[in-house]
Write a protein that binds this ligand. Structure first.
Ligand code: AMP
Ligand code: ZN
Ligand code: FE
Ligand code: FE
Length: 278
């Protein structure tokens, strides 16, 4: 049996359900050799995971998933091997979190206008230490019985163009790539098949993109083949993971994508090369 890794996992430090410690326990149970916690706009889950994994047969790759945009789209960029204490990275995230806090209030106002009042403090409590996001609003809507499911909340209200959709502040892809490099990491475009904007890849490559996510639950076989070919063309490293949130209706669980350990080795090599040249 080859060794497997999962390089795309969310925790309750953004919009995942499980704590970093629970993620590590689950990964150990699945016999994964490494995990990357890729919380949205959040670094706070990394230290607890690293501490909890110490002395256990599993490696924790420090990572983050940044939301970027060219227009009103949403292009996710993963940063691997970033320094979670990098000042500029922390400052950027802090700025995004405060904008997210205002955006949450705007969503609550829209819900109230639609006859679905929710006390904002309840959503803040649901989010805990995580940056406030639409998933927390969706949870509160389910709780109040305004929708039957988390998915319905997105389909009818919170999705792009929905009546409760409020855009959030985002970096441009090139800015995110630069920030990830500045903070010592390598940049990987997340789930290109889900994003559906392949035409942006050449510009991202020019900005220094290091890798492309191939293994992702939303990618079918044809997608995987196409992105492998693109990765080869642009000399990008291939990565992947489950994108587990462990929320109902949001992809599969940890380890849901069988990513052989050699992908982490290749990612690490590209990181070492960048460091050596940087
Ligand atoms: P936000 O960062 O607040 O805009 O929320 C984005 C997050 O909401 C994503 O990372 C997903 O976890 C979740 N999400 C986005 N679109 C959907 C959807 N159509 N159905 C379910 N969850 C979604
Ligand atoms: Zn998410
Ligand atoms: Fe994503
Ligand atoms: Fe993700």
């Amino acid at each position: 049996m080859p060794d497997f890794v999962d390089l795309h996992i969310h925790t309750n430090h953004s919009d995942g359900r499980q704590s970093p410690e629970e993620v590590i326990d689950m990964a150990l149970e699945l016999n994964l050799k490494a995990v990357a916690l890729t919380d949205h706009d959040a670094l706070s889950g990394i230290a607890p995971a690293v501490n909890y994994a110490r002395g256990k047969p599993i490696e924790v790759v420090p990572a983050i998933e940044l939301s970027t945009a060219v227009t009103d789209d949403d292009i996710h960029i993963l940063g691997y091997f970033i320094d979670p204490e990098h000042e500029q990275l922390i400052a950027t995230i802090r700025r995004f979190c405060s904008i997210r806090l205002e955006r949450g209030q705007a969503m609550v106002d829209r819900l109230a206008a639609l006859g679905m009042p929710i006390d904002y403090s309840e959503i803040i409590a649901l989010a805990g230490t995580a940056p406030i996001g639409r998933p927390h609003v969706a949870d509160a809507m389910v709780r109040h019985g305004y929708v039957e499911s988390y998915d319905q909340a997105f389909q009818q209200y919170l999705g792009l163009g929905g009546p409760v959709y409020v855009p959030k502040a985002k970096l441009r892809p090139a800015e995110a790539i630069e920030l990830i490099h500045e903070s010592g990491g390598v940049a990987v475009m997340a789930h290109p098949g889900l994003t559906g904007e392949d035409e942006l890849i050449p510009d991202m490559v020019a900005a220094g993109l290091d890798g492309l996510e191939i293994f992702h639950p939303t990618h079918n076989r044809v997608d995987r083949k196409r992105y492998r070919r693109l990765a080869e063309t642009y000399r990008l490293v291939c990565t992947g993971g489950s994108d587990a949130h462990n929320r109902t209706g949001r992809y599969g669980g940890i380890g849901g994508e069988k990513v052989p350990y050699e992908y982490l080795t290749a990612l690490r090599t590209s990181w070492e090369k960048r460091r050596a040249s940087g």
